[in-house]
Design a protein around this ligand. Structure first.
Ligand code: PLP
Length: 270
């Protein structure tokens, strides 16, 4: 498809120079679905598959100076946010998103890397919940993120329902609580999508793998890409889950630590 016929997706997220997570993973995912990828950096992180060693965050102004010209120039079909490390960046991102015509807003509330590095502090997370959640079409926390947002542990289905309702009450149109972090009973990975109409369960086989670096980023980017392509929310989530399942299933070890997922060059794969 020629460039000018592809829907434009924009990510505002962190840079992982090893390419497993953050904007590099988002760009690869948008591209796999045939979308045109734009990317603004919220933080330059220093990492490889063995861990995150530090980060230099952008300022609110530098995020605005990256994003505003893109919004002025392109009709952006979907915006996805990932790591937004400071209150100032979150406030600026909310202003930019509100000022755009874009309705397909995917907020991935990135809190901590698998290796335990904090990618946001408590005060900033509070602001993220207060001002970005209400303008989101979908918020995509994993289980530890949902626990941090809700302030209680999630041990069973009832807790997941309580968490889904609590996050929905913060104002997003929908919430996807991802179950991959729970060592699932009966080897199932179960995600729950909550909207005002109720909840939908997505169940897949749980793949025991250490090649999961970037799963959260690529899932939310795949949802954004499919919304940009005009898919309904439920279909976008279903397609994104199939994509991530295949990424984990087909991943081969790369690097010495938590290997990145295997983002295919195009999807569905030929
Ligand atoms: N680095 C960046 C820039 C990220 O955005 C994220 C997650 O969203 C991570 C690292 C953590 O990824 P993982 O938990 O898959 O290692």
């Amino acid at each position: 498809m020629p460039t000018n016929e592809r829907p434009v997706c924009l990510t505002i997220a962190g840079l992982d120079p090893s390419g497993g997570a953050g904007i590099v993973a988002d760009i690869k995912t948008f591209t796999a679905f045939g979308c045109y990828a734009g990317a603004a950096v919220s933080s330059v992180t220093f990492q490889n598959t063995t861990g995150v060693f530090g980060a230099v965050h952008q300022t609110a102004e530098s995020v605005r100076m990256q994003v505003q010209p893109v919004l002025d120039d392109f009709e952006v079909a979907a915006i996805k946010t990932g790591m937004l490390p400071t209150k100032e960046i979150i406030e600026e991102t909310a202003r930019l998103v509100k000022g755009s015509n874009c309705q397909n807003i995917v907020i991935d509330p990135v809190v901590r890397s698998t290796s335990g590095f904090d990618l946001i502090d408590d005060a900033a997370l509070q602001v993220l919940m207060e001002i970005l959640f209400p303008i989101a079409l979908i918020v995509t926390p994993n289980r530890p993120e949902a626990e941090r947002i809700c302030g209680f542990t999630i041990d069973n289905d009832e807790d997941i329902v309580s968490a889904g309702e609590k996050i929905l009450a913060l104002g997003p149109h929908s919430v996807l609580i991802k179950g991959g972090h729970a060592v699932a009973a009966a080897n199932k990975a179960v995600d729950h999508l909550f909207t005002a109409d109720g909840s939908v369960r997505f169940e897949r086989e749980f793949i025991r793998s250490s090649s999961t670096h970037g799963t959260g980023c690529t899932l939310s980017a795949a949802i954004a890409a499919n919304l940009a392509l005009g898919k309904e929310l439920l279909d976008a989530v279903r397609i994104a889950k199939d994509f991530v399942f295949e990424e984990i299933r087909s991943a081969k070890q790369l690097g010495k630590g938590h290997s990145p997922v295997n983002i295919p060059p195009s999807w569905p794969m030929e």
